[in-house]
Design a protein around this ligand. Structure first.
Ligand SMILES: C[S@@+](CC[C@H](N)C(=O)[O-])C[C@H]1O[C@@H](n2cnc3c(N)ncnc32)[C@H](O)[C@@H]1O
Ligand code: SF4
Length: 444
């Protein structure tokens, strides 16, 4: 069976944090669409908000995020001002006072704004929008830059969940990925955040990194499990040196091969399950009583640009350079180049430059793929009642013959083995992926 999995694991397929993926976005979507979609938001509907901060103090060699090294504090401050200006533009574009159900700061490293900067943006948001009682307020942090003062400040701002980039605790791996991060920094960050009253902690880990072995990963899993995070996202390293210049500095001869990646994913699953975590989807783990695990058990798991989520809201508004918004009728992405973003916003214009329209057929494909990614199953009569999917179902036949998928009438189910390569199964429903394989990372 390992031979079969290896063959599929080598395939380059999207991670399906959206369908269509951002690789399909074109200039067919323009600011006029963004304005129309924002203007059509039902004032009674609460939406989710994502704020992107594309700066870090240093760049890690493996990083695939949309970020750059901040060389000057005044540049970061100018970016913060643009974010606040974009909040005002958003307010002008929506009918009534926007209701926010979730707020997520991502990056880059959002804390680079400093606690005063974060407070300033939060004030701009609170001044213009209404927040639902008990809303989730999450932020991604680099443990090396967490201090007791930052933790207390975040709690004052109402932050309820923090994701810490742990990546790997092994010093040799850290050297190979250009991210020196002593374990005591992670421990201190966890302690300060908890002491400040921030109870919900997520860790990000990566497998498939240079010099990682199953033995080193077992140790990493054991070490981080001791800190009792609520959730762990363990991503397979996406190595795309053609798209990411920093990744070209990674010595490819030290990267684990497809077999090793399969074994690493298996060890991680074994270790976290042994430590009492529930596996969620393809790469997340959560304490059984965590909201994500409860959502998964109840069939309420969703997928968005941050990975798996219990947030089922359709409208997600992204602010900041490169951020993506999702509406019923399509996706729209802000310009990724930071100076262009700042200039556009400063001149009083919204910064959308690309996206895609969603018609009824694309929405049904999206629902089918999300269902496969979240539940390893799609009942096509529910997810795509108007679609015949003749070509798609025939594409699944070899996967069925290899024991990866079962097709019972209109119900498509990944087998236990097939779950490992569910992205390949999902890709059968994605006509775009068939022509653009080299733009995506490996399936495992
Ligand atoms: C915005 S960063 C997290 C916050 C903070 N900047 C940090 O690094 O601690 C988002 C996460 O994406 C993951 N990531 C980044 N580049 C990746 C890649 N090439 N492949 C897989 N995961 C990656 C890392 O786990 C990282 O923690
Ligand atoms: S992993 Fe985090 S700290 Fe490292 S470059 Fe990417 S966003 Fe910045």
């Amino acid at each position: 069976m390992n031979d079969i999995i290896r063959r599929y694991a080598m395939m380059q397929v999207p991670r399906y944090t959206s369908y269509p993926t951002a690789a399909e976005f074109t200039q067919s979507v323009i600011v006029a669409d963004q304005r129309r979609w924002l203007g059509a938001i039902d004032p009674a509907e609460a939406v989710s908000l994502y704020l992107h901060v594309p700066y870090c103090r240093e760049l890690c060699l493996y990083c695939g995020c949309n970020t750059k090294k901040a060389l000057r504090d005044d540049v970061v401050a100018t970016y913060r001002e643009a974010l606040e200006r974009e909040i005002a533009l958003l307010d002008e574009a929506v009918p009534g006072r926007l209701r926010i159900a979730r707020l997520h700061w991502g990056g880059g490293t959002p804390s680079i704004l400093g606690i005063d900067g974060l407070a300033s943006v939060t004030r701009a948001l609170r001044g213009r929008f209404d927040f639902e009682p008990g809303f989730e307020h999450a932020i991604e942090l680099d443990p090396r830059y967490v201090t007791a003062l930052l933790a207390a400040g975040l709690n004052e701002l109402g932050v309820t969940r923090v994701s810490l980039g742990v990546q790997d605790v092994n010093p040799l791996v850290q050297a190979a990925i250009g991210r020196w991060q002593p374990m005591r920094d992670v421990e201190a960050a966890v302690q300060w955040l908890r002491a400040a009253g921030i109870r919900n902690l997520n860790f990000d880990l990566i497998y498939g990194l240079p010099l990682q072995t199953t033995a080193s990963l077992r140790k990493t899993c054991e070490t981080v499990a001791m800190l009792s995070p609520d959730r762990i996202a363990c991503f397979g390293y996406a190595h795309m040196p053609r798209l990411k210049a920093n990744q070209r500095r990674i010595d490819e001869t030290t990267l684990p091969d497809a077999d090793a990646r399969i074994d690493q994913a298996a060890v991680i699953e074994e270790e976290f399950q042994r430590h009492g975590f529930t596996k969620i989807g393809i790469d997340h783990f959560a304490r059984p009583d965590d909201a994500l695990a409860l959502a998964a058990a109840a069939g309420r798991l969703h997928r968005n640009f941050q990975g798996y989520t219990d947030d089922g809201r359709e409208t997600l508004i992204g602010l900041g350079a490169s951020s993506i918004s999702r509406f019923t009728d399509g996706y729209v992405q802000n310009v990724a180049d930071v100076p262009s973003y700042v200039r556009t916003i400063a001149s009083g214009r919204l910064a959308a430059v690309r996206g895609c329209h969603l018609d009824a057929a694309e929405r049904q494909r999206a629902r089918t793929i999300e269902s496969l990614m979240c539940r390893f199953e799609a009942d096509l009569d529910v997810t795509a009642p108007d679609m015949e999917f003749i070509e798609e179902l025939s594409l699944l036949q070899p996967l069925a013959a290899d024991g990866l998928v079962r097709v019972d009438g209109r119900v498509v189910t990944a087998t236990e083995t097939g779950r490992q390569v569910v992205r390949v199964i999902a890709a059968a429903f994605d006509p775009h992926a068939r022509t653009k394989a080299t733009r995506f990372s490996k399936a495992v």
